[in-house]
Structure formats: structure tokens, C-alpha cells
Design a protein around this ligand. Structure first.
Ligand SMILES: NC(=O)c1ccc[n+]([C@@H]2O[C@H](COP(=O)([O-])OP(=O)(O)OC[C@H]3O[C@@H](n4cnc5c(N)ncnc54)[C@H](O)[C@@H]3O)[C@@H](O)[C@H]2O)c1
Ligand SMILES: [Zn+2]
Ligand SMILES: [Zn+2]
Length: 382
């Protein structure tokens, strides 16, 4: 492409500081270095985790350096590749990954985990392998969120943090496979390993929770109880497979007691997709003794949850899931196939399509519970 080797000037939504709305700025995106790929970001979802890092940074989340470009649920096209990149070529359709897959480390070779740590400390600190970011504004370095930064028309990512996907995949849909949907779906089918005819409760019916509902349905659970304090989420949850929906605010007793009564002792699987320690405790206590499993997908980094020892003594299992347990670079293309083969729904989770300069409105829609996923188009003129 004509831009190969050049600095690209483009638009981005920059987070100048915690708690401040994003500002649309012109930024410079440097060419990729060794083992890096520069991509034209076509579409990005807006995930709750983006909001948390902007508005709860230093509270529930560890502090990340600013200025920062958020966004980590995206799809795009390879613009150019740096030296030593062998797996990607300009024009490839790709999904950037906040969880790497190097394929070589002990963890990548183990079936027990997906937590590859390639470039981990650097990408968590907002920089790439050489300790710097590829994005700047008038010469000032802008940190890259989780090494991705998809609220920018172009970005540069490590070649181990990128999945190549089929050329007929619609990028404005499969961007959801960069975070929320694999997380919720995998929480059910991979981490919990929900069994046929089992009973499940899904706490939180945003994109992550609705994807968990889909996972429970795919696993042929008999009962799938959606739990949310916002009843507007119930209709969509029912369409995707929830057999019952309950609002904790409709009851005087704790929601775990309500669920125990509904299921004669507790659910086989509870999936927490909210990110609240109190809900995590409720989810654990909503599971049945003997074999109940609680999986936490909701994201908080500094908070502590209460666990009554007796709950664990009596045979319950408490687990967490990061990116749904998927080995990112090899499993995301398979999830794209599942979507293309109509085994996995994405369109049903997209409630809004917005241009980049409406990004703060997308945050408002998410926080007010009016959206499931807003997909931001980065390449349209506004
Ligand atoms: N583990 C991972 O790898 C991973 C990846 C993506 C997102 N996440 C996390 O998953 C969580 C959900 O993300 P999302 O994008 O779906 O968010 P979202 O805001 O779209 O959905 C959260 C839902 O929880 C509901 N809720 C709030 N308080 C509740 C309560 N007390 N009881 C029941 N429901 C309640 C809200 O009404 C909303 O429908 C967040 O914590 C996010 O950070 C984790
Ligand atoms: Zn996310
Ligand atoms: Zn690895």
C-alpha cells in the first residue's frame, strides 16, 4: 500500500485523563517495527471494560497511564507488516487480540490455559515490545490500551496479538469476536463446560452475559435463568435462549435464595458477567452444593469478593475466565466460521452503529443500559 513505511496521520478518540470524555484528535501512527503489524481499523465494539478504564481507573481497575487510546474489540485490514512478520500480508482481514497467542510458550502448549504472556507486561503498560507506543499526538506518545487501541483509524499490534480471519467475514459484525462474545460464550462452553440438561444462571445480560446465554443454549442446558437489574434486557435474553429472567430488585430476599428456590437447591452453573464482587458472591451462593460451578467473567482488578468457606467445602467450584478460555489467535478464526455458518449469533447483539465522533454517546448508551453493543465505524467520514 502507498502508506507502507510512512507515518499515517488519522483520527482517534483520545483519553487525555481518567474520568474525562474522549476527544477526537488527529494522531500519527508510526510504521510497524519487527514482529509488528499495522492495521486499518474498520470497526470496533465498545466494551464495558473500555468504560471501566476511563471512568473507574484507579478504583476497581489498576491505574493505566494516560493519554491513552482505548478500544480492544475490533476488526480491520492489514496495511503493512514490519520485518520478520511471516503470518500476515497487506490486505488480510484480521482481529487484534488483547490476549496474545505465541504458540511456543509453556502455556500456549498446555491445554489447561489460554493465558499466554508474550509481550504481556509491555502491552499491559500501554506500549509494544520495545517499550514505546506507535501512536503519538504532536510528538507526544499516546499509550495503547492492552496493546490494541482500536478507537483509532490505524493501529500497530504485535504479530502474536492478531488473528487472521476469512476474507468474506463482515468486519462490522465479527469485531465482536475481539472480546465480549468469546468471553461470555467461552465462559459457558469452555470454562464452565456446561452440560446437557443442566440448570444455569447468567448474571448480567450485556453482550458478555447474552453470549453466555448463547453458550448455555449451545450446550443444551435445560434451564437458563437470566438475572439483571435492568428488565429491558430480558426480551433479547429470551430470544437468545434464556428460559426465565429475574430482576433481583423484584424480591426482598437475596437473589441467591430466589434462585435456590427456583431450582430446588441451586443451579449447576452460575456465570457472573457484571464485574461486581457482591454479584460474584451471589453467583457462587446460587450454585448447588456437591457440584455447582461458578465462573467469573466480569472484570475487576483491585476488589475482593466474599467467599464463605463452607460453600467451597460443600463441593462448589469457583473459577475465573479471561477471554472465555479461548486460545486467541487460533480460536477466533474458528468463532468467525461459527458466525458465518450461523452457529453463533452476533447481529442480535448490535443495537447501534455509530461514527467515531459519537464515541462518547456510545459510552452513555452502554452505561444507561440502552445498548448491548454499539459498533463504531472508523473509516466513514462524519
Ligand atoms: N473476563 C474477560 O476477559 C472479560 C472480557 C470482556 C468483558 N469483561 C467484563 O464483563 C462484564 C460485562 O461486560 P459487558 O460489556 O457485557 O457489560 P454491560 O454493561 O453491557 O452489561 C452488564 C450488565 O450487568 C447488569 N447489572 C448491573 N448490576 C447488576 C446486578 N447487581 N445484578 C445483575 N445484573 C446487573 C447491567 O444492567 C448490564 O445489563 C464487565 O465487567 C466487563 O469488564 C470481561
Ligand atoms: Zn472487552
Ligand atoms: Zn504463548
Amino acid at each position: 500500500m502507498a502508506t507502507k513505511g510512512e507515518v499515517i496521520r488519522c483520527k482517534a478518540a483520545v483519553a487525555w485523563g481518567p474520568g474525562k470524555p474522549l476527544a477526537i484528535e488527529e494522531v500519527e501512527v508510526a510504521p510497524p517495527k519487527a514482529h509488528e503489524v499495522r492495521i486499518k481499523v474498520v470497526a470496533t465494539g465498545v466494551c464495558h471494560t473500555d468504560w471501566e478504564y476511563l471512568y473507574a481507573s484507579g478504583k476497581g481497575m489498576t491505574y493505566r497511564p494516560f493519554p491513552l487510546i482505548l478500544g480492544h474489540e475490533a476488526a480491520g485490514i492489514v496495511e503493512s507488516v514490519g520485518p520478520e512478520v511471516t503470518q500476515f500480508s497487506p490486505g488480510d482481514k484480521v482481529i487484534p487480540l488483547f490476549l496474545p497467542y505465541c504458540g511456543e510458550c509453556e502455556r500456549c502448549r498446555s491445554a489447561k490455559t489460554n493465558l499466554c504472556r508474550k509481550n504481556w507486561e509491555n502491552t499491559q503498560a500501554g506500549v509494544l515490545a520495545d517499550g514505546t507506543s506507535r501512536i503519538s499526538h504532536q510528538g507526544q506518545q499516546i499509550y495503547q490500551f492492552l496493546g490494541v487501541s482500536s478507537f483509532c483509524q490505524y493501529t500497530v499490534v504485535p504479530d502474536t496479538s492478531l488473528a487472521k480471519i476469512r476474507s468474506d467475514a463482515p468486519l462490522d459484525k465479527v469485531c465482536l469476536l475481539g472480546c465480549g462474545v468469546p468471553t461470555g460464550y467461552g465462559a459457558a462452553v469452555k470454562t464452565a463446560q456446561v452440560e446437557k440438561d443442566s440448570s444455569c444462571a447468567v448474571f448480567g445480560l450485556g453482550a458478555v452475559g447474552l453470549a453466555a446465554v448463547m453458550g448455555c443454549k449451545t450446550a443444551e442446558a435445560k434451564r437458563i435463568i437470566g438475572v439483571d437489574v435492568n428488565p429491558d434486557k430480558f426480551e433479547r435474553a429470551a430470544q437468545l435462549g434464556a428460559t426465565d429472567c429475574v430482576n433481583p430488585r423484584d424480591y426482598n430476599e437475596p437473589i441467591q435464595e430466589v434462585l435456590q428456590k427456583m431450582t430446588d437447591g441451586g443451579v449447576d452453573y452460575a456465570l457472573e458477567c457484571v464485574g461486581s464482587p457482591a454479584v460474584m458472591t451471589a453467583a457462587l451462593e446460587a450454585t448447588t452444593e456437591a457440584w455447582g460451578t461458578c465462573v467469573i467473567a466480569g472484570w475487576t482488578e483491585t476488589e475482593v469478593m466474599d467467599v464463605k468457606v463452607i460453600k467451597i467445602l460443600m463441593g462448589r467450584t469457583l473459577k475465573g475466565t479471561y477471554f472465555g478460555g479461548w486460545k486467541s489467535a487460533i480460536d477466533v478464526p474458528k468463532l468467525v466460521d461459527d458466525y458465518m455458518n450461523k452457529k453463533l449469533k452476533l447481529d442480535e447483539l448490535i443495537t447501534h452503529n455509530l461514527p467515531l465522533d459519537q464515541i462518547n454517546a456510545a459510552f452513555d448508551l452502554l452505561k444507561s443500559g440502552k445498548s448491548i453493543r454499539s459498533v463504531i465505524s472508523l473509516q466513514v467520514d462524519t
